[in-house]
Design a protein around this ligand. Structure first.
Ligand code: AMP
Length: 193
């Protein structure tokens, strides 16, 4: 039963459109959306200790520790048992996170189906993020240095995940430039493969 699950890692640098395309995937495939960034922002808003600890790192565009986000994902997987599948959005972001996710899914008899990687140039990303900062209310979207740091963190720690999933034959690159509908169409075709 679990093998029929559709478990997607939505991958791409900050500003690639992961959030936007998640909404499309949730609506079309009835998947549970797990965004570690959203969960962390909810923790900050609720004033929890975890949120307070994460906030300083997030405000600088640095990653929060692996154990923190792995623990968050573990508890979400437990609280959503029986879901038809998941979209992991903004997670995993490091190789240890990807290994932990494989173990967690293996424990419940399933695995990642595919990594959908949205590909967008750095100049376009910076432009989009600064634009988003005008109304997202996110402090990490308003300062160009912090945006560049987030992209640097991505290139150093997260980009190697493409190879991790490619080795397992699970990497699927999607050109992330075009209309939202066009990109959604490419994603649908990649999932149907
Ligand atoms: P996002 O909303 O995915 O862009 O995440 C916003 C910020 O939350 C990132 O810049 C990190 O500081 C933190 N964050 C979110 N997800 C992770 C993760 N999987 N690992 C480490 N830090 C994360």
């Amino acid at each position: 039963m679990s093998n029929s699950m559709l478990n997607i890692v939505l991958f791409g640098p900050p500003g690639a459109g992961k959030g936007t395309q998640s909404t499309f995937l949730v609506n079309n495939f009835n998947l549970v959306h797990l965004s570690t960034g959203d969960i962390l922002r909810a923790e900050i808003a609720a004033g929890t200790r975890l949120g307070q600890e994460a906030k300083g790192l997030m405000d600088q565009g640095n990653l929060v520790p692996d154990e923190v986000v792995i623990g968050m994902i573990r508890s979400k997987l437990e609280s959503t048992k029986g879901a038809p599948g998941y979209i992991f959005d903004g997670f995993p972001r490091t190789i240890p996170q990807a290994e932990a996710l494989d173990r967690l899914l293996h424990e419940v008899g399933t695995e990642i189906t595919v990594m959908l990687a949205l590909e967008v140039s750095e100049e376009e990303l910076t432009r989009r993020l600064l634009n988003r900062g005008k109304d997202s209310g996110r402090s990490d979207d308003t300062n160009e240095d912090i945006i560049r740091n987030r992209i640097r963190e991505y290139n150093n720690k997260t980009a190697p995940l493409a190879g991790y999933y490619a080795e397992q034959g699970k990497y699927s690159g999607i050109p992330g430039v075009g209309s939202i509908e066009e990109i959604a169409g490419l994603i649908r075709a990649a999932i149907a493969k």
